[in-house]
Design a protein around this ligand. Sequence first.
Ligand SMILES: [Zn+2]
Length: 83
Amino acid sequence: MGKEGFTPMCPRCAHESISKLAGSPVAGAWEVLQCQRCLYTWRTTEPDRRTKRDSYPEAFKMTQADIDNAPEVPAIPALRGRG
Ligand SMILES: [Zn+2]
């Protein structure tokens, strides 16, 4: 076994169940990964702020609590003035 040095982790919610959606034609060039919890999807060649938990903007990080409390369907604002 080689030393990988890469533990897949969702940059947004820190979940470690990551699936590979796609890979580049040139093996190892890049992969498209998706978090199985929050469904965040990213390509491995994107900047650290989009691919690494440590660099991901604090404002956009999610916790388990955020996910548990998130409504399943975004509310659609009612139309105004058409009553
Ligand atoms: Zn996630």
